[in-house]
Design a protein around this ligand. Structure first.
Ligand code: SAM
Length: 266
């Protein structure tokens, strides 16, 4: 047993691998694992017949299970009992313009770890790529949720044009739009005039409730997009400080600020 596993055991924490399984749970149910999950449990986590596994399906909390059959092509789990009731994450959505593939993957993984309820890829005027693979996003979210102890997966919406998303927006959900720019056309980054207020200050002034964060593409938002968003009542322009962050860094920073100011880190 590694030092980390024995520490966790001494503290009463389970170190059994966790899996998201999209099927109903009941005591003694036998659940066949996919090839990928079998490989993960038997080869990566080095578990064998009789060992414990924790499972969740996004509806029935977390359950303990044991490996009833360690067949290499498809192991079978037998459910034992529920060990944690179902809980959700705060009502926070992430809207982001897809960037290059590896960075987009990072965004989906980190958004899941940081407790986002829904992920909405959007295309903007300067979006670099509108080719996304929802099944890949689902796999990344599944692996991140398994690792991070959450009991559900974020919903992944199909990619949609930002204007259409704004047209159909429910104004009860505040949209925090991360805006690094100022209003002066000739100054670097638009100068200081018209800069958004710091995100934490804006969050503190707003009531609690459903929220979404919007992060732009590497080329930022166009002046037209910026001006439209600033006119909408449900939109709050927010700053993430004086440095221009890459899109994926901005996603992580904004999610951390929201969770600390309004979410379940508070
Ligand atoms: N406008 C820039 C350009 O043309 O290259 C940079 C865009 S930045 C790399 C990508 C996105 O991250 C922006 O659209 C914005 O949503 C967010 N962002 C980056 N730094 C930010 C900051 N300091 N404050 C607010 N948002 C920021």
């Amino acid at each position: 047993m590694t030092a980390r596993r024995s520490d966790a055991k001494a503290m009463g924490m389970s170190t059994d691998p966790r899996l998201f399984l999209d099927c109903p749970f009941a005591p003694e149910a036998r659940l066949p694992l996919s090839r990928e999950d079998t490989h993960y449990v038997l080869n990566v986590m080095r578990r064998a017949e009789g060992d414990g596994v924790r499972v969740f399906n996004g509806r029935d909390g977390e359950w303990s299970a044991r490996i009833a059959d360690a067949h290499r092509k498809g192991a079978i789990l037998e459910l034992v009992a529920q060990t944690r009731p179902q809980t959700g994450v705060p009502d926070l959505w992430l809207l982001f313009a897809p960037v290059k593939r590896q960075k987009t993957d990072l965004i989906v993984e980190k958004a899941t770890e940081l407790g986002v309820r829904e992920i909405h890829p959007v295309t903007t005027r300067r979006t670099q790529s509108d080719r996304i693979k929802p099944e890949r996003f689902h796999l990344l979210a599944k692996e991140a949720a398994e690792q991070t102890e959450r009991l559900d997966l974020p919903a992944i919406a199909p990619i949609e044009r930002l204007e259409r998303v704004l047209d159909g927006w429910d104004p009860a959900r505040l949209l925090y739009y991360c805006d690094e720019a100022g209003d002066e056309a000739d100054a670097a980054w638009g100068g200081q005039a018209g800069r958004a207020a710091p995100m934490l200050d804006v969050l503190r002034a707003d009531p609690a409730g459903p929220a979404a964060l919007l992060i732009g593409p590497e080329g930022g938002f166009s002046p037209e997009e910026r001006s439209r968003m600033r006119q909408l009542d449900f939109v709050r322009a927010v700053s993430l400080g004086p440095r221009i962050l890459r899109a994926e860094t901005a996603v992580i920073a904004a999610l951390a600020l929201w969770q600390a100011g309004r979410g379940d880190w508070a």
